[in-house]
Write a protein that binds this ligand. Structure first.
Ligand code: URA
Length: 509
């Protein structure tokens, strides 16, 4: 029996190293006992020794690695053993990644989701208190009790967000310190929360002022801010009082309402409706992504594993919009990493476009499917779902401000131009989004993959590549300074006709 003791800091990286070495040495999963922190001494000395298997290099899909490593941040003591046994089975091909009928994979997916949820809660509920500091940077401290050992995974977010301050987040097991721009972790020695100070009072005042008794939804409030987090939230002390007082204050507000609308009401209402059409830029793109991770704007968030937000540089000249996350994307949390993504990536490469230089996203950020046996069958999102998710797409567009957007398929086309009809006629054309940004219409790579006839498929693929090449050309090859400035609102490229001709040839027309 082998005992592997992983360190409290850097647990996941250490597990990765150990798992590789054990696999190479052919050590069977049942021959390993995993733990974190302290050695268990000779507990297993003299235990049965499982015979060695053939040594091998671990080979895993990227989506599997990311999810398994998230699940390793769960508090379940069995997670290391389960992960090691699973990576061996994935390497041997005795199980397929994403197969939810497999209990270990199902458990890993479930635990990775719980870890992601815990990380979101930490991002939302850490409350800093200012500390006296004799350095030029202001100093803050926070105490937080996560459900899982997520400090190392969750705190880089705070480093990006509060990069100009020194701060410390202590949890019962690990403390993260961000001093002078560098993030370090140590085991927590003194597990006592930092002292109260005036910042707490300010926070309470703020919370009381944003609380609207007429809109009290205790259930919703508790699911957003579960009770277990209340004890470390200064504002939580106000909650019971606010809830008790809510009916009286709501009645008072109701009684104070005017019975006739003032004359200017209609005018104001018109103005508000006009303003509501403009999506505000809410925080940084990173913050928008964090908000989208908790999206409940439509019912698709329920069955989906996670939100699949866009990826790519924020100053990308080219933005590609697909339909929705597929099965692989739903598991990995990244857009276009499945079979359609491969067609897309090859087309980018053949057009000489650097994949990392473009921004790639979807019209709908959650996977819509119906379960059938072990499979999840893709369903096209409906107009309501596309409309609900347009909130996020619009925010991505306002942050990235691409010179050209490529609509991959009818759903993206509908989200961007208002209509997804007649795609075969429109593909290869450059149209305009509501704000005038040029939108190149093309087919979805998954549609091409589904074409039953090989010759048809080859022609469609060539036409798709030609569309991508046109996008690269029109969007400045994905580089700043291309043909379209942001102001060229309704511009049509000079080679539009030429491309139409090229398309006709591909289509055999
Ligand atoms: N299809 C899409 O439209 N988007 C993805 O991310 C994957 C497949």
């Amino acid at each position: 029996m082998r005992e592997v003791v992983l360190p409290v800091i850097g647990t996941v990286a250490a597990w990765r190293r150990e798992a590789r070495a054990l696999a190479r040495a052919g050590v069977r999963p049942e021959a390993v006992v995993w733990s974190v922190g302290a050695e268990t001494g000779d507990l297993f000395a003299g235990g049965p020794v499982a015979p060695a298997a053939e040594g091998r290099e671990l080979r895993l899909p990227r989506a599997a690695i990311e999810t398994i490593e998230s699940a390793l941040c769960h508090s379940d003591p069995e997670r290391f053993a389960r992960a090691y046994a699973t990576v061996l089975r994935l390497t041997d091909g005795t199980v397929r990644w994403g197969d939810r009928s497999d209990p270990a994979i199902r458990r890993i997916l479930h635990q990775a989701k719980a870890v992601r949820r815990d990380i979101h809660k930490m991002h939302a509920f850490v409350r800093f208190r200012e500390l006296p500091s004799d350095r030029p940077r202001r100093a803050f401290a926070a105490w937080f009790e996560p459900e899982h050992p997520i400090v190392e995974a969750a705190t880089p977010f705070f480093a990006r967000r509060f990069g100009d301050m020194d701060w410390l987040i202590a949890t019962p097991s690990v403390t993260a310190r961000f001093i002078g721009g560098s993030l370090t972790f140590t085991e927590t020695l003194d597990a006592a929360p930092p002292p109260e100070d005036a910042t707490e009072d300010l926070w309470r005042t703020y919370y009381a002022s944003i609380f609207n008794p007429a809109r009290l939804m205790v259930r919703a409030m508790q699911s957003e801010m579960p009770k277990k987090y209340w004890k470390n939230l200064p504002e939580a002390r106000l909650i019971s009082e606010l809830i008790r007082e809510a009916p009286r204050r709501a009645a008072e507000m109701q009684a104070a309402l005017p019975t006739e609308p003032p004359a200017r009401r209609a005018q104001v209402a018109r103005e508000m409706a006009r303003r509501a059409e403009v999506v505000p830029v809410v925080g940084t793109l990173e913050e928008v992504k964090a908000q989208a991770d908790r999206c409940t704007r439509c019912a698709l968030h329920g069955p989906a594993t996670q939100t699949v937000f866009g990826e790519g540089p924020q100053d990308a000249a080219l933005m590609f919009v697909g339909e929705q996350a597929g099965d692989t994307e739903d598991l990995s949390g990244r857009p276009f990493v499945g079979p359609a993504g491969q067609v897309f990536e090859t087309a980018l490469q053949s057009a000489g476009v650097e994949c990392r230089g473009v921004y790639v996203t979807n019209a709908v950020k959650h996977f819509k499917f119906v379960p059938r046996g072990k499979r999840r069958i893709h369903q096209r999102p409906d107009a309501g779902e596309v409309e609900a998710c347009r909130w996020w797409l619009d925010l991505e567009r306002r942050h990235v401000r691409p010179r050209l957007i490529v609509a991959l398929g009818a759903t993206a086309c509908a989200a961007l131009t208002g209509s997804g009809k007649d795609l075969l006629r429109r593909r290869g054309r450059i149209e305009a989004a509501g704000d005038g940004t040029p939108v190149l219409v093309t087919l979805h790579p998954a549609y091409i993959l589904r074409l039953p006839d090989a010759a048809q498929r080859a022609a469609a693929l060539a036409a798709f590549r030609a569309d991508i090449a046109l996008a690269a050309e029109a969007g400045g090859g994905g580089q700043p300074g291309g043909q379209f400035g942001h102001q060229d609102q309704h511009a049509q490229p000079a080679d539009h006709q030429q491309h139409e001709g090229r398309r006709a040839a591909h289509d055999g027309a």
